[in-house]
Design a protein around this ligand. Sequence first.
Ligand code: SF4
Length: 378
Amino acid sequence: VKNVVFSSIYGHLPFCEVICHYCDFYTDRSAKADHERLASAMALQALQGAGQFAPILDTVYLGGGTPSKTPPDCLEKILAPLRPRLNKETEITLECNPSDCKPDNVRAWRSLGFNRASLGIQSLDDKTLKQMGRNHSRREALDALACLLEHFPSVSADLIYGIPDQDEGAPAAEAQELMAKGVHHLSAYHLTLNEKHFLFKRLPEGEAARAQLEALRRIALEKGFTHYEVSNFCTPGHASRHNQVYWTGRPYWAMGPSAHGYDGLSRRWQIKANWRKYCEEMEGTIAPEITQEELTEPQRQMELLFTSLRTEAGLPRAAWIQRFGWDLGEVCGPLWGEWAQRGWALPLSDRMRLSFAGQMLTDSLVLALLKQSERLDR
Ligand code: SF4
């Protein structure tokens, strides 16, 4: 990727102690891991890419997999080539599993410079955790959270809703408990499974899952959280800057097997999801194998709409005009006005923002906008 300056980096560490029943990410069992080798390969890749990085990086996010399984000295190896480009403003996130959040580890992560922890709690109900194949209990999740909150300035927790046999009020009650403990940020994800999955037939109806999110949202707003993206809630100053890079279509650089990158214009790529092959390539000083996709203009439009309309900030009309040279708000003004009347959208301003009810319909609203704009003569 030429002539692009990257201020954000996503690094993928695929190893997990057990593979959860619903997992859709590139993972491998940590029993087979060679953390040292993968860390060295990622450090090499970061060195090779350094010429394209901004003088000071805005965000670095290590996800997975379970990055917290990687020993701290290997995490240091990965961060070392980035160090000259990190300062105290850089948001440096580590995804953590509750079973790894022992005080020694947590202190080590902090001293490496991680300043944001994203904890995969998923549920606070032992039966649900077991059903999902998670390797931790409710107690371990709460202990991990307490330890992270003691040491980290910004802590996020993930919850999942729409789980078979989950109590309707469970996600909201769990969110309430986590907020009472002092968590700064919550992500609530709707469980999605492919049709062949053994739990697929037992998934609750879409309406029931939506009611769970609605209840969670109500409590979060009551507690002073902002619902700043359909799946994300935060206290003031704790929105994930890294995720906002994705939602606003800015460039990010990919490091590690299966990681995705984007040039902020029209090119996406993904590093091959095979950590051994990735290590071999880096050790042989050849670029890692990637698959590339050149997005067409309609694809870019669709992506920007899907991501930005799910955020509270919505789509700034100027951002659209800058990318595509015409004003979506003007072209789709009457349609938008109808949606505002129905309670799906906020009145058109310099931004296009959906209400929560509208966000629940994002898929069909985006398609309607694109269809409308195709039909009209611009
Ligand atoms: S911990 Fe996360 S990445 Fe690992 S198997 Fe479970 S869901 Fe997948």
